[in-house]
Write a protein that binds this ligand. Structure first.
Ligand code: 0CJ
Ligand code: F3S
Length: 320
């Protein structure tokens, strides 16, 4: 038997599930355990097919909009990405038992936007058009109250009604570097703009990008476990590419790997987006182990110990 070539895998740490994703998945799991199937979920609870398929097999029913749900007493869960205000309003009108799995760090952004609005400010949201988190944040306030800024060009071109009465908030899963460029343009053009200290990018996005920045320069290729509709995972792939990885790809499962892309490599970086389960990281390592003699090293950029409690109605001490 021919001996396998050596391959060093460098695991990025932290990677994978964040506290908001754990909370969102646990919300659906616990609702299923307490109330049985079906549990309706508006939008993918997190952007991961494996997670969604698993929950579907246990009795979760995924819909994009509430009008796909029949009149029911079953729980209706809102995804981690957050929802426009008219969604809970509609759920209330239809007497749904709703459970909000919006990440608390997204809710925090919703609150910031509401405060700026109350203070009469013109609000800019830095984020990607049509992403469900952006749709949710825009939908906290009346139409026209928030303007979307996607690029530095948008920031350069924006014409406010009053440059001294502006505020900004951001999506939580953006590129740290791209966003700091956009914020720099806004602060330079509008020195009195109100906003967070830096931006609203969450701890998990920040730490996963920092780990990729450490690993990308020391590996020949990088695999990011994550889905093509996962903003934070897409940003990790971009960071790897910008930091010099010639091959930087997303993979949802080991079966997605195009083995010809990895011919001749000696080192491989491996990370996972905030919505990607560790079992897929293990599955991919297993697939490489069939072809290579592996050695494994971990490079860490931060320690994490965030924990977000479940929605109140699902906590063990909640009154029945
Ligand atoms: O928007 C969020 C609160 C992040 C949720 C976890 O990640 P994912 O992949 O479901 O969502 P993004 O597309 O926002 O990264
Ligand atoms: Fe929340 Fe950030 Fe995760 S916003 S869901 S902690 S990626």
């Amino acid at each position: 038997m021919l001996s396998k070539p050596p391959l060093k895998i460098v695991l990025c740490s932290p990677r994978g599930f964040c506290a908001g994703v754990v909370r969102a998945i646990d919300t659906v799991e616990r609702a299923l355990a307490l109330y049985g199937a079906p549990v309706y979920v508006r939008h993918e609870i997190v952007h991961n097919r494996y997670v969604v398929d698993n929950l579907r097999a246990k009795g979760a029913v995924f819909v994009e909009e509430l009008d796909e749900i029949p009149d029911t007493k079953a729980p209706v869960v809102f995804s981690a990405h957050g929802v426009p205000k008219d969604v809970p309003e509609e759920a209330h009108r239809r007497n749904f038992f709703s459970l909000d799995a919006t990440c608390p760090l997204v809710t925090k952004v919703h609150r910031e936007a509401a405060i700026h609005y109350k203070r009469g400010r013109e609000i800019l949201l830095i984020g990607h058009s049509h992403h469900p988190e952006v749709v949710g944040t825009l939908g906290q306030l009346p139409e026209g109250a928030v303007s979307l800024i996607e690029t530095t060009a948008d920031a350069e071109a924006y014409q406010p009604k009053n440059p001294d009465n502006l505020a900004f908030v951001t999506q939580t899963t953006l590129s740290i570097d791209d966003t700091s460029g956009i914020v720099a343009v806004l602060r330079q053009r509008f020195p009195n703009i109100s906003g967070p200290h830096k931006e609203d990018i969450c701890y998990a996005t920040t730490n996963r990008q920092a780990a990729v920045k450490k690993v990308a320069p020391i590996v020949d290729a990088m695999i990011v476990v994550g889905a093509p509709n996962s903003s934070n995972s897409l940003r990790l792939r971009e960071v790897a590419e910008r930091e010099g990885c010639k091959v930087a790809v997303l993979a949802q499962r080991a079966s997605d790997i195009e083995w010809s892309q990895f011919e001749g490599i000696a080192t491989l970086g491996l990370t996972a987006g905030a919505s990607a389960p560790e079992v897929i990281v293990e599955e991919i390592m297993g697939a490489f182990a069939e072809r290579y003699e592996l050695s494994v090293e971990t490079v860490s950029a931060a320690e994490e110990n965030e924990f977000f409690p479940l929605p109140r109605a699902l906590r063990p001490d909640a009154a029945e």
